[in-house]
Design a protein around this ligand. Structure first.
Ligand code: SF4
Length: 243
């Protein structure tokens, strides 16, 4: 067999494995590889806050609210400034929206987020006795809290093993890997419940967000440095153009 024929055969085998291996096995292989690679990488901001604040549900909820469409370093700095001034719903609600704006700037949409933080704290006090609720239905009734924020709060603060938190990284990478074929993050969340084993659900966000921030970036992912490259059909990934 010529070298070229051997290469073609290896490529065909790889494709066949990706197409015919049941999704749960593919997912398990990738998750185990990522678990080994993660310790050398920087943790996402909300995970850091969760570790530093002893998994305080209120801090996790507010930091996740601030993190939407915002760089991790900015989220971390803004959350730290805010929690230095107000650590509980009771102290937070005493701040004016303008003060919260000043403390969280320059997170994206800081005006809307400051209003949401203030309204959210009011509702925590009036409806939930100052405690962060522990169900999806109650969490998503809070101002500014969608499924992503609710799921991350459930996973990090309440150790839920029945939630998958899907953000832009999880949505992008699980489509690139061929685990799902979806257009929107909400569809991805539902598709992932069907395509993955329950034991991975709480880890999917941490693993894929860390990978998305460091390796599988939105534009020009670093496929050459990627430890899961042989498991990845790279669906929808555009080749970098050379001059
Ligand atoms: S091989 Fe490329 S597209 Fe696939 S996970 Fe790795 S970096 Fe992302």
């Amino acid at each position: 067999m010529t070298k070229r024929a051997a290469r073609a055969e290896r490529a065909a085998l790889k494709t066949a494995r990706n197409v015919f291996t049941p999704a749960p096995q593919k997912v398990a292989r990738v998750m185990r590889m990522l678990a080994r690679a993660l310790p050398s990488l920087e943790l996402p901001a909300v995970e850091k806050i969760s570790n530093e604040q002893a998994e305080d549900p209120f801090h996790i909820l507010i930091a996740t609210l601030l993190s939407a469409r915002t760089q991790d370093a900015t989220t971390l700095a803004a959350s730290t400034r805010l929690f230095k001034v107000a650590r509980t719903p009771r102290t937070m609600v005493k701040l004016s929206v303008k003060e919260i704006e000043r403390l969280i700037y320059p997170v994206s949409f800081y005006r809307n987020k400051a209003q949401h933080v203030h309204d959210c704290c009011s509702m925590l006090l009036t409806r939930f006795g100052g405690k962060v609720p522990a169900t999806m239905e109650e969490l998503t009734s809070l101002p500014g809290v969608g499924r992503k924020t609710a799921n991350l709060t459930l996973i990090l603060a309440f150790r839920s093993r029945r939630s998958i938190c899907v953000d832009t990284h999880v949505h992008r990478i699980s489509n690139r890997l061929g685990w799902v074929s979806t257009r929107l993050p909400d569809e991805t969340e539902q598709a992932l419940y069907a395509a993955t084993e329950r034991r991975w659900w709480p880890s999917i966000n941490l693993y894929l967000v860390t990978w998305g921030q460091n390796v599988c970036r939105p534009v020009y992912p670093r496929c050459g440095d990627c430890v899961i490259a042989r498991e990845c059909p790279r669906i929808g990934v555009q080749e970098r153009r050379t001059a």
